[in-house]
Write a protein of this length. Structure first.
Length: 681
């Protein structure tokens, strides 16, 4: 971490210690003194690092102004704050809860936290019966000309999902997919993703409350909304809440409290009044300064009460409780709730969304180019001939892939099956379904690929190499193809790799090397060459990393040219290493590390294997608009078992027994090619 960052962090600590400064009113000071103020949160450097990480993950972008704002030095916000706020507001609705007879009722506020789930307060909707009498109205707001739009009403469907908790004062309930009039889809309003990580906001930062006070058109509290305190380590109940100064009103219950990056940090559930105990009697202060008994204040207009703070239920605590309740249901819990939890944890995100991004504008599919209006069915439909979607890249007909045999597990004379995907790997997403197969393996000429649906990149590739029949084909103008056997939504196309402001930072890095499968008859080799140019076979690789003779390309060339080249037979497995901390760039989580396993046989048909990990972390974390303090990259040769633990794949016993690596368990740092222990005949 740089000296400048450390200085920021130390200044941040001073800010945390100065809650009783001139910016905190006397009333708020009195309120804070009534709750335990010891701060058990992480050290200031860690706090700052986590705050920056949360800002980056939210999707709003990171700049030097963010650090200044966190430290209280600067209140400037990027202009996209307004644009993203408008998008965030779409997911917020007013809730009408009718009485038993339908003639009267009450108003509340709620917001979508998944494509089908609405979050509000328990005291707004306390039961399934109340939910059945309720409706959610989205888009009831004033437009730019001052005209009130009525929006669209949706029924709640608690039979599909309903979780409520009185102590934490929240209710999670399913909403119908279409509006009452059948004209509008709920998916059009997007949702606000809940993030379980801590440090999304800190004391002295600000929150914004979007609400429907008293059932009125949507309004926003954007001024004087400073966070006062988060949690309480001396009181388990108070630890569920955070406190902030903001303008709210009855009917605002269930509103999201959002940080400056539009991440939900809490659900508003009540206001806090100025109180005192006098001669054993609890008293409440009025706006005119008078103190009255609590019982007397309950009969007065709320406008006469002196409100000093607001209290919200922390997002992380709500997610903990939802997860606990869902787990207790032992497999009988709602699938909608399970999908919501898996998305929040980053295990399996909703299709077409970016992990941890806070404001989801739609839940149909991946982002579409401006002006593109293809339906989901149209984007999935295999073309009858080669086409070029506006997302970038060509598509061949399904018939083109007929007869592809893919990777041959018996190629080396020893059966080497594809590696097994363990739960550790599948935590990053399920295997993409491949049309016309039962094993969901994409088979090409001499190689195969297994795709991760969520990350839209390969779990692994496997290729057979026959040096006896290798055909030297020169690389010409590259044309990259989508594979119609899986959804186009699950492939990262040219819309990511090209037309980037400031220059294209990432290459379409081949996982299966172009040179590896081009052997056999001339026509067979040409087809294999073309097959490597599929988006399924590439992963974002920073151009200096991909093209460097000292890094990825250099390692590939060295390993395969330093085996016996006479009648070489080899099989190579390759893939990215997925991590939850991978940086999100243009909607894609870019892998920081790649792995490779090389297998060869000698003249006596004895098998040798070796495994490698190469890093592009230094490059990924230092592109100008996503700068983060990181250490130097490292390239390692590792044992097969060490690699298995890192990537969540399990190779066959034969591969494990054939490992030539004899170094330390954590791997050997490669200073140069001479350090490599590679298979030789």
């Amino acid at each position: 971490m740089s000296l400048k960052t450390v200085t920021y962090a130390l200044d941040f600590l001073d800010k945390l210690k100065s809650l009783r400064n001139e910016e905190v009113s006397t009333s708020q000071e009195s309120f804070l003194s009534n709750i335990e103020r010891r701060d058990r949160r992480a050290d200031p450097i860690t706090v700052l690092a986590r705050r920056v990480e949360n800002i980056a993950a939210s999707g709003s972008g990171v700049s030097s102004f963010d650090l200044e704002r966190i430290l209280g030095r600067n209140d400037l916000l990027p202009i996209n704050f307004l644009q993203r706020g408008t998008l965030a507001a779409r997911a917020i609705c007013r809730i009408w809860v009718g009485d038993l007879f339908g003639s009267n009722g009450s108003w509340g506020t709620g917001f979508l936290v998944s494509p089908r789930l609405l979050l509000t307060n328990h005291h707004v909707i306390e039961s399934v019966d109340m939910a059945m009498r309720s409706s959610a109205q989205f888009g009831y707001e004033m437009d730019i000309s001052g005209k009130i739009h009525q929006g669209k009403a949706f029924n709640l469907t608690p039979d599909e999902a309903f979780i409520t908790d009185a102590d934490l004062d929240f209710t999670l309930v399913a909403v119908a997919e279409t509006s009452d009039d059948g004209e509008t889809r709920l998916a059009d309003y997007g949702f606000l993703r809940l993030d379980p990580t801590l440090h999304k906001v800190e004391p002295l930062e600000f929150v914004t409350i979007i609400q429907h006070p008293d059932g009125q058109p949507k309004q926003i509290a954007i001024r004087e909304n400073k966070v006062l305190k988060i949690g309480d380590n001396q009181d388990a109940l108070k630890d569920n809440f955070l406190w902030y100064a903001s303008d709210t009103a009855p009917g605002s219950s269930g509103s999201p409290a959002l940080n400056d990056n539009w991440q939900v940090v809490a659900v508003h559930h009540k206001s806090v009044v100025e109180t005192r105990i006098r001669e054993g009697v609890e008293e409440i202060q009025l706006t005119n300064g008078e103190w009255v008994a609590k019982e007397q204040a309950e009969n007065l207009s709320e406008k006469k009460i002196k409100w000093i703070a607001n209290q919200g239920v922390r997002t992380s605590k709500i997610l903990e409780q939802v997860n606990k309740i869902q787990t207790q249901q032992d497999g009988s819990g709602s699938q909608l709730v399970q999908a919501f939890l898996e998305d929040a944890k980053g295990i399996r995100i909703f299709p077409g969304t970016t992990p941890r991004e806070s404001v989801i504008t739609s839940t149909i599919s991946t982002p579409i180019s401006v002006g593109e209006t293809l339906s989901l069915d149209e984007r999935r439909r295999p073309p009858s001939s080669v086409t070029r979607p506006s997302r970038g890249g060509s598509v061949r007909p399904l018939s083109y892939y007929e007869g592809r045999k893919g990777y041959d597990p018996n190629f080396l004379g020893v059966t080497i099956p594809l590696p097994e995907l363990t739960p550790a790997a599948l935590a990053f997403g399920p295997v993409a379904q491949v049309e016309g197969t039962q094993d969901n393996i994409l088979r090409y000429t001499h190689f195969s690929i297994v795709m991760c649906e969520t990350r839209r990149l390969a779990f692994h590739t496997a290729v057979n190499i026959d040096g006896r029949q290798w055909v030297g084909l020169e690389r010409r103008d590259d044309e990259w193809f989508f594979d119609p056997r899986i959804s186009l939504d699950m492939q990262v196309g040219n819309d990511f790799y090209s037309n980037e402001p400031g220059g294209n930072f990432f290459d379409r890095g081949h996982l299966v090397r172009r040179q590896d499968p081009i052997w056999g008859e001339q026509n067979e080799a040409r087809i294999a060459n073309s097959d490597t140019f599929h988006f399924t076979n590439c992963s974002p690789q920073y151009f200096q990393f991909n093209q460097s003779q000292q890094l990825w390309q250099g390692l590939e060339n060295f390993i395969l040219t330093n085996t016996d080249q006479d009648d070489l037979l080899a099989s190579v497995f390759t893939g990215p290493i997925f991590q939850q901390t991978d940086v999100v760039h243009r909607g894609v989580q870019v892998p920081q590390f790649f792995w490779k396993v090389v297998l060869v046989v000698d003249r006596n048909r004895k098998l040798y294997s070796s495994a490698y990990v190469v890093s592009q972390e230094r490059f990924v974390n230092n592109i100008p608009f996503e700068r983060r303090p990181v250490g130097e990259f490292n390239n390692f040769q590792v044992s097969i078992t060490n690699l298995e633990s890192r990537i969540g794949l399990k190779f066959s016993d034969e591969v494990r027994r054939a490992d030539v690596y004899a170094g330390r368990s954590q791997g050997r740092g490669l200073r140069g090619f001479s350090d490599i222990e590679h298979p030789r005949r």
